[in-house]
Design a protein around this ligand. Structure first.
Ligand code: ISE
Length: 322
């Protein structure tokens, strides 16, 4: 039994606690920490865990096999470093950090240990995996273009020009890297759909080292629901994700498809597959097949270039330090 501690049990951390408890038989949620003690106690009671007084107590307590970090984004890299100091594997929710310097520090301290994994769950989504397969086996020829549409029903209350990139678009940047390779440069523009002038729609154009292109739409105030659609255009065919679990109801002259309202519904299978693989990497010593700290850093570098491209309107080169 792999004993897991969870730091942060907001929407995502509580989701992970439930997935681990219900759907990953080889793991047990043993300890939980959240700044909001009442919230920690509520989720701990649900999954049979104990509550820690602070994150250090949880990490350095000596009884855990791994830590899942799902606290606010700005705390991710510091907690990842604390796990590295304790020699504990950690699955860090995306983003690994909120800027490239912090992400790079994690990569440097991690060294060869590969203790840090990053929660880019789309890498475990059966539909995105089909695109990856199509890119790898040559069935649609040479990939020319990756297209991603990423819509949320409503923006978070603290939406900023940084958060829409490091909190939302970073998923699509990671997918673009995973499917068509490293970015060479980006262009990007933002629009506001509301009267407050906050940028809630981004359009990103990626130029990739192997010659492929990517276009990414992120719209976090789409209203109708949560939708992620991806497409890979190759020289010999096109593979597009279809939302496999959706239904259509035909009634009164219309066909109606209800959309999920949140990522937990859309990506439930992906989260469970990701957690299962992470737990297996701890118990069986197999390498985690998802995103590494190096990926988390590379994505952060692209995110920074996207922010510069939005602010300046220019084509911005993407340069990672080796
Ligand atoms: C959220 O944090 C997620 O990671 C979701 O997958 C993403 O769609 C959403 O935009 C983020 O706020």
């Amino acid at each position: 039994m792999v004993e897991v501690g969870i730091i942060g049990v907001g929407v995502m951390g509580a989701g992970h606690a439930r997935y681990l408890t219900r759907s990953v038989p080889a793991a047990r949620v043993a300890g939980i920490y959240d700044l909001d003690r009442a919230r920690a106690e509520e989720v701990a009671a649900e999954v049979g865990a104990t509550v820690a007084d602070d994150p250090d107590q949880l990490i350095a307590g000596g009884s855990l096999d791994g830590v899942l970090i799902a606290s606010p984004d700005a705390t991710h890299s510091g907690l990842a470093l604390a796990c590295l100091r304790a020699g504990l594997p950690a699955l860090v929710e995306k983003p690994l950090a909120t800027n490239p310097d912090e992400a790079r520090r994690v990569v440097e301290v991690e060294g060869e240990s590969r203790l840090i994994s990053v929660g880019f769950m789309r890498r475990f989504d059966p539909q995105h995996r089909a695109l990856r397969q199509a890119a790898a086996d040559g069935s649609i020829g040479r990939p020319l273009l990756f297209r991603s549409i990423h819509r949320n029903p409503a923006p978070p209350p603290d939406l900023t020009p940084r958060l829409i990139v490091t909190g939302s678009a970073i998923h699509d940047l990671d997918m673009a890297r995973w499917l068509v390779g490293d970015f060479e440069a980006v262009r990007a523009s933002g629009r506001s759909s509301g009267s407050d002038g906050k940028v809630d729609l981004l359009l990103i154009e990626g130029h990739h080292a192997g010659g492929a292109l990517s276009t990414i739409e992120v719209f976090v105030a789409a209203g109708y629901g949560y939708e992620v659609t991806a497409e890979l255009v190759g020289t010999g065919g096109v593979t597009t994700t279809l939302a496999g679990d959706l239904t259509v109801t035909r009634q009164e002259g219309a066909a109606r498809t209800p959309f999920p309202q949140i990522w937990l519904e859309r990506f439930e299978k992906a989260y469970i597959a990701e957690l299962t693989a992470w737990v297996r990497s701890i118990s069986g010593g197999e390498p985690f097949p998802g995103a590494s700290a190096a990926d988390g850093y590379a994505d952060q570098v692209v995110a920074e270039a996207v922010m510069e491209a939005v602010a300046t309107g220019r084509r911005v080169p993407v340069v990672s330090l080796a």
